[in-house]
Design a protein. Structure first.
Length: 215
């Protein structure tokens, strides 16, 4: 990492670079954090990526084998985006205003990035599971604010989990990965998303307990 912008280079923000190279911003950030792609920090603390550095990185990737988590992340993102129209047109999503839709979108992005970290082994597992638990609590609270039944946030998280698992199940068809690698991937996805499910249920259970307590 450097802090000097060379005027002869084309510099991209994290969002611009992710969009141009069709990868998720979380994936690009992780590659940068791992030292795989150089970047500079602006005086305001924002990352800038050299176009030539990113092109060189992808050229190296084409010459070597990507890790299973990287392959899964790309497939999961594509798969989830393809199915999102069906999800967005569900009756309960249509009932949300722009504020809640934006919160829901950000939570989904955060959960996808968290899942990638968890299956990659980047970070303490317990800390990542706690973050997943907090996302579940947020899903639960949002649904309660909208007076939605428990089945609604569970439906949303099940939709998300199914897309991630479908992407994992398709990996052996498109890559030469070992069966134990795919089994590990599925186990990690289930562990993390189950944590979200339980947190959502706990949120509703806590609200029910308060409602039933004598005043």
């Amino acid at each position: 990492m450097t802090n000097e912008l060379q005027p002869s280079e084309t510099w991209l923000s994290l969002t611009e670079a992710a969009k141009q190279f069709n990868v998720h911003p979380t994936t690009l950030r992780r590659w940068a954090n791992n030292g795989q792609i150089p970047y500079i920090l602006t005086p305001g603390g924002h990352r800038r990526f050299s176009l030539s550095d990113i092109e060189a990185f992808f050229e190296r990737q084409r010459g070597g084998r990507q890790s299973v988590p990287q392959i899964w992340a790309d497939k999961a993102l594509t798969h989830t985006r393809r199915e999102m129209n069906q999800f967005s047109e569900s009756s309960w999503m249509m009932a949300m205003d722009d504020h809640y839709r934006e919160i829901h979108r950000r939570l989904g992005q955060k959960l996808l990035g968290l899942t990638l970290q968890y299956i990659s082994g980047n970070g303490e597992s317990e800390n990542l599971l706690e973050e997943a638990r907090q996302i579940g609590y947020q899903y639960g609270r949002i649904s309660q604010e909208l007076n939605l039944p428990l089945t609604v946030p569970l439906q949303a998280s099940l939709f998300f989990r199914d897309r991630l698992i479908e992407a994992a199940l398709q990996l052996p068809e498109s890559t030469h990965i070992k069966s134990n690698e795919n089994l590990y991937l599925l186990e990690r996805i289930n562990t993390l998303i189950n944590t979200v499910h339980l947190a959502i249920a706990e949120t509703y259970a806590g609200a029910d307990s308060l409602a039933d307590s004598p005043h």
